[in-house]
Design a protein around this ligand. Structure first.
Ligand code: NAP
Length: 272
């Protein structure tokens, strides 16, 4: 039996186990997906232990995505973003670190037939999700403006991306009025403060594609107001789904049963 897992703290309410186990069931793969909660002090030991125990693959989540980069051999994108969320173990080799949050963002747009190349995109938020989203959109050919409450964090992300990116604060009216894509990567709008939105409704317009990374609740105030403004919307579960799909494909070398994983994920979200 193959063993996959998730390392983070806390992980008890993670949606990844049902999503990945639905994929194993659909393809008849003999595997389990389990969760682990090491501390900052035991993280390195946990990664080495996983190698020794012949664990097949691990996802990494908050707060360890940055720390784990130095314990693996990161791929180009993971190194550029400075965060690893997926580890691929190969016996006798240093584990390979990937960032499937970046590919997850791209695949979420692709799923909705949205072409990112040539777009003007505004990413609100410059934490882990904002950084991955901004890199994904820039890598797919968009010009990206990163807006963040703490402007210095946005400036750091923009500087790391290079010429395709600019940075600023949360006064995004002018940027959004000219934008094709708006991506919320702040935690604003997340339960228990689901009555909040990171962007005033009056900034939204029908030319926008709005992706909200927040997935609890699945229908955020931002998405409701985007629909009312005539915009196209993509909820946060698509981003979550596709980071898992890409991890599954890296680990197994097989096409993921996307529909089954999506059904399992959304059933779990409905129960929350
Ligand atoms: P993080 O690293 O802690 O970053 C939080 C971000 O939210 C920062 O940009 C922060 O701004 C901003 N923020 C927090 N409170 C704010 C407020 N009251 N007003 C304005 N900005 C505020 O968190 P993260 O990992 O990036 O996650 C952010 C959100 O994305 C969470 O809701 C998370 O669940 C979601 N997420 C979704 C996926 C997915 O697959 N769908 C993946 C990862 C994360 P400052 O820098 O100024 O503090």
């Amino acid at each position: 039996m193959d063993v996959y897992g998730l390392i983070g703290n806390p992980v008890e309410h993670s949606l990844s186990p049902p999503m990945h186990e639905a994929a194993y069931d659909a393809l008849g793969i003999d595997a389990r997906y389990v969760t682990f909660e090491p501390t900052e002090d035991t993280l390195k030991t946990a990664i080495n232990g996983a190698t020794a125990l012949d664990i097949t693959g691990l996802n990494i989540t908050i707060p360890f995505k940055q720390d784990v980069v130095s314990y693996v051999n990161p791929g180009d994108i993971a190194r550029e973003v400075g965060a690893v969320n997926t580890i691929e173990f190969n016996r006798d080799e240093t584990p390979r670190g990937h960032n499937t949050d970046v590919a997850g963002v791209k695949r979420a747009f692709q799923h909705h037939d949205i072409t990112i190349a040539g777009c003007d995109a505004v990413v609100v938020g410059a934490g882990g999700a904002g950084r991955a989203a901004a890199f994904a959109l820039a890598d797919a050919g968009a010009d990206v403006h990163i807006a963040n409450r703490t402007v210095e964090r946005a400036e750091t992300v923009a500087a790391d991306i290079g010429a395709q990116a600019t940075a600023g604060g949360l006064d995004t009216r002018d940027m959004i009025s000219d934008a094709d894509i708006l991506l919320n990567a702040t935690s604003v709008g997340m339960e228990p403060e689901s009555n909040k939105t990171p962007v005033p409704q009056s900034y939204l317009h029908e030319e926008l594609v709005v992706l909200d990374a927040v997935y609890t609740p699945i229908e955020t105030r931002l998405l409701r107001e985007a629909v009312a403004a005539g915009a196209t919307t993509i909820d946060g579960a698509w981003m979550l789904l596709y980071q898992g799909v890409v991890a599954f494909e890296i680990w197994t070398g097989r096409d993921a049963p996307v529909q089954k994983m999506n059904t399992a994920l959304r059933a779990e979200l409905e129960d929350m």
